[in-house]
Ligand binder design. Sequence first.
Ligand code: FMN
Length: 377
Amino acid sequence: MPPERIPPGIHNAIDYERLAAQHLPADRLAYIAGGCGWDRTVAANRAAFDSWAVLPRLLRDVRGGHTRLALNGQPFLHPFLLAPVAHQRLAHPDAEVATARAAEATDTCLVASTLSSTPLEAIAQAAGQGPRWFQLYLQPERAHTLDLLARAEAAGYQAIVLTLDASIQLASRSALAAGFVLPPECLAANLTGYAPSAPTPLAPGDSRIFQGAMRHAPTRCDLDWLLSATRLPVWVKGVLHPDDARALRAAGAAGLIVSNHGGRSLDGAPASLALLPAVRAAVGADCPLLLDSGIRSGQDAFKALALGADAVLVGRLQFYALAAAGALGVAHMLTLLAEELHACMAQAGCATLADITPGALLPCPCPCLPPFEAPAC
Ligand SMILES: Cc1cc2nc3c(=O)[nH]c(=O)nc-3n(C[C@H](O)[C@H](O)[C@H](O)COP(=O)(O)O)c2cc1C
């Protein structure tokens, strides 16, 4: 068991990323840290945040400052959510149960993955009174999807997050090179009761992608069906194109998550942050809009909020903090993120999230601000 104490030298949330190699075997680290292909989109996500600077302001009174917000009427104390990340037993034996405890302790909304290594009911129990949403991958059999929805509703999840950008994911070259294979104890606990659908053999001339991997990929019909199959609000995750955003909102999505899956779906896709202003413009001011992919600090969150997001999700950082210090580490990482955001808001003269506007940012590259790299302690 990893020690349940905060490792020395952690002063910022991103320090957990730097320490990850000390707490994760090399093959697991390669799988988690890697994106897909040659990690170009992973790098683009970080570069996009570095392409903006924050403008400090003077003589602003921020003594009544706070970060409260509401998403579709659901209140939150801060704009950080825990992104759905699968197979958390790779990082810690307590896996999603530890993450859920940290979420409750920090009033953070947890988005539990369909592919969690702990059943969704046990995650909900560990999350206690804390806010929780369930991330859904549509299953090849609709009966199985309906069962997942019924289980999520019964376990008190308050929203469904439908992920649409990962029907096919290009392999990560770094995970392949490291020889990563998913261990059996990390398999998707939610799906063990569902018999796998029989594979349909490909006909001569069929494509392994079009007629193979994409055979069960969601279509617009599936989205309409899902929207009528649950009473919970349905968010859509994986939006990049403004036209898709407009269409999804018109179809009835409760909110959208601008995301490229942390660079894990299409290597060469643009940074999520780069598309955020265009998506916001496409859906208008009233559409609840979240962003993920590349968030490593409170200042990153500030930039995302300035460019149109209502809140952000944190993916890999939760894995790294979980590996380093279990529930305590995840709670500590979230506390650091919130404090970093408060500090950035105070410096920029913003007392509330509504005060964070595009005018708070200045485009870079700027000669005085090299790309950020956390120095070793
Ligand atoms: C190891 C790993 C597993 C993931 N599993 C899922 C998943 O099951 N469902 C999902 O919608 N997204 C999944 N994601 C994507 C995250 O929800 C999120 O979009 C991404 O991690 C954000 O980028 P960041 O890691 O740079 O914060 C996963 C990401 C990682 C790194």
